[in-house]
Design a protein around this ligand. Structure first.
Ligand code: SAM
Length: 220
């Protein structure tokens, strides 16, 4: 999936994945995660996720990486913030308070930006990528992880004969193949969603089931 595909979606405002109030599963499970107040949280493929705001009120640093300039400018303008801008390693880096948003390709995000992330928060990120890119993405996530990094991962199960992504169907087996040599997986929640609440997916052919899962991957 080309970066231009996502940049074009942002230009057209085709951002059905964005949740104005953030993803409720993060709030439901936060207290059980025991993330320290000093934590650094990495949000790959962050869009303009409201979860970054929510996280920034609870941890030391939030670092998002996103390829669409619109996403980053909207994140700050919607909060009436004027971020500082610097450049680092070919990225434009916009920061305000304890939030840093890096504009560029996540696959080129420098591995030495931080000494260790306590949490990598993945909502609609792995599932935004087709299969061959997910292999590269998983390697990148692993290269950014230390023995103390936990990885919170949201994904969908559906019949991929009915609809193609994004969001891509990423099976539990595939997640195991990508991550189980480094992480143990706990299913924090799993539920069937009412497909009629996703009319765009219905139009694309989805009609049997749509299940969402939130996983916590903990280093082995
Ligand atoms: C499905 S959206 C999810 C956004 C956000 N996580 C959310 O839940 O609202 C995927 C995002 O990843 C961005 N993206 C896709 N490929 C990327 C890449 N290689 N590097 C950085 N951002 C990328 C897209 O522009 C898009 O905003």
């Amino acid at each position: 999936m080309e970066l231009s595909y996502w940049q074009s979606r942002w230009r057209k405002g085709n951002i059905g994945f964005h949740m104005d109030q953030g993803y409720p599963g993060l709030k439901r499970h936060w207290s059980t995660l025991n993330i320290p107040e000093s934590a650094a949280v990495l949000v790959p493929l962050c869009g303009k996720s409201a979860d970054m705001d929510w996280l920034a009120q609870r941890v030391g640093t939030v670092i998002g990486v996103e390829t669409a300039e619109e996403a980053i400018s909207q994140f700050f303008s919607e909060r009436k913030l004027n971020p500082d801008k610097t450049t680092y390693s070919g990225f434009d880096v916009y920061s305000s308070g304890n939030i840093e948003l890096w504009l560029g390709d996540f696959f080129k995000f420098p591995e030495n930006r931080h000494s260790g992330y306590d949490l990598i928060y993945d909502k609609a990120s792995l599932v935004a990528l087709p299969e061959e890119m997910r292999v590269r993405y998983a390697k990148k996530i692993l290269s950014l992880s230390t023995g103390n990094t936990r990885y919170l991962l949201h994904h969908f199960l559906y019949d991929s004969a009915e609809m193609s992504g994004p969001p891509f169907m990423v099976s539990a087996k595939e997640i195991d193949e990508l991550f189980s040599h480094k992480f143990s997986t706990t299913v924090l929640e799993e539920q069937d969603l009412d497909i009629s609440k996703f009319p765009k997916f219905e139009l694309r052919g989805l009609n049997r089931y749509l299940r969402e899962r939130l996983l916590l991957l903990t280093p082995k």
